[in-house]
Design a protein around this ligand. Structure first.
Ligand code: PHB
Length: 390
């Protein structure tokens, strides 16, 4: 059995990109249906990064019931550590902007509650399999739910916010064609019960590799250290994890506590070659991946859909295709800046497994250049706090 429904915009994926898009479209009076293969509980419990640029937090905070400004914490700077010393990068003073630590799953809880409260049609446990009539004016998302019942959504426009294994991307480019880079390391991440080890995030370069000391709340902390890309998250004892973390933040004592979650993050950079074809577009992780060092993932997703919502208003409310024709180029402008920033932070802070003594000294020279001049610190502050939306 297959049910057939019709809407203006079919959105595949109820992550930040899909949910924010449905909100912006609804504000403009455009109807959408969202499907996601996951359950609501699964979406709300997926642990992801949590640094949001000012433009992202402002957009989220404007949504009914948002806790962005109550659960979220403003950070006016970070500490870069290398050679045993810390150097503060004063975002507010250098770039006139701050960032907010607001864990993605908290943002998702707010967004789901707001969209469901507003009567948004969201169908969980529904997996998209293909997009039919992809080159026509009424493409159809073909999907199946967990019980095996089929669903076809015919829409004026289909948006793939369906992550790195995007079905919509396949319909656009015929393959997973794009610009790709792998890194010879990953991050070992933990959540632990402990007070914060520092007021602000610490990005630390050390001879043993990189570590990031982040936070979640006054009682829960998130920390990462550089590891092999195929590291096994269960292979280390808690004591070994603390030793590894502490060794990578020399000169700054970390406050230890029980570790209750651990994972290994893979590092890659990716940009799809084609973001839009006819009445199909991809956004967020379906369109690009960045390594987490620059904290850009969710910000890019929100920027993609902010621009796309404007373009879809042109198409669907005024029959004006011009904004849509310029959308991919506008989105890519920001995507490639963020790709560069994430790559730059990653290569400046990590120690590649095959790094020579030359590489190591060059890297320290780069770090000293960045922290040693206002221009260098401002470059980092502007990239980290992001570029204004729209
Ligand atoms: C995090 O808190 O999970 C986090 C913060 C900053 C990053 C990456 C991850 O660059």
């Amino acid at each position: 059995m297959t049910a057939a429904v019709r809407t203006q915009v079919a959105i595949v994926g109820a992550g930040p990109a899909g949910l924010v898009l449905s909100h912006l479209l609804a504000e403009a009076g455009i109807a959408s249906i969202i499907i996601d293969r996951r359950s609501r509980e699964e979406i709300e419990s997926t642990i992801r990064a949590g640094i949001l640029e000012q433009g992202t937090i402002d957009l989220l905070a404007s949504i009914e019931g948002s806790r962005a400004h109550t659960v979220g914490l403003r950070h006016d700077g970070i500490e870069l550590r290398f050679d045993g010393a810390g150097h503060r990068i004063d975002f507010a003073g250098l770039a006139g902007r701050s960032v907010w630590l607001f864990p993605q799953h908290e943002a998702l809880r707010d967004l789901l509650a707001a969209r469901i409260g507003a009567g948004q049609d969201i169908r969980f446990g529904v997996t998209a399999t293909t997009v039919e009539d992809a080159s026509g004016t009424l493409p159809r998302v073909v999907a199946v739910d967990d019980a095996g019942t089929g669903l076809e959504i015919a829409a004026d426009f289909v948006v793939g916010a369906d992550g790195s294994h995007s079905v919509v991307r396949r319909a656009i480019s015929g393959s997973h064609d794009g610009y790709f880079r792998e890194y010879p390391f990953g991050w070992f991440g933990i959540l632990c019960e402990a007070p914060p080890s520092a007021d602000e995030l610490i990005y630390s370069n050390s001879p043993d590799g990189f570590a990031l000391i982040s936070q979640r709340s006054p009682t829960v902390q998130r920390m990462y250290f550089q590891c092999a890309p195929d590291a096994d998250a269960d292979a280390m004892s808690d004591a070994q994890i603390w030793d590894a973390l502490q060794a990578r933040v020399p000169g700054h004592a970390l406050i230890e506590g029980p570790i209750f979650q651990r994972d290994v993050l893979r590092f890659r950079s990716f940009v799809a070659r084609t973001l839009r074809a006819g009445r199909l577009a991809i956004v967020g992780d379906a369109a690009h991946t960045v390594p987490p060092t620059g904290a850009k993932g969710m910000n890019l997703a929100v920027a993609d859909v902010f621009l796309l919502s404007r373009a879809l208003e042109g198409l669907l409310l005024r029959s004006d295709e011009r904004p849509l024709d310029g959308w991919a180029e506008a989105a890519l402008d920001r995507i490639w800046k963020a790709q560069h920033f994430s790559w730059w932070m990653t290569s400046m802070l990590h120690v590649a497994p095959d790094a020579t003594d030359f590489d190591r000294h060059r890297q320290l020279g780069e770090l000293r250049t960045v922290v040693g001049s206002e221009a260098g610190r401002t470059y980092l502050a502007e990239g980290y706090t992001g570029w204004p939306l729209g």
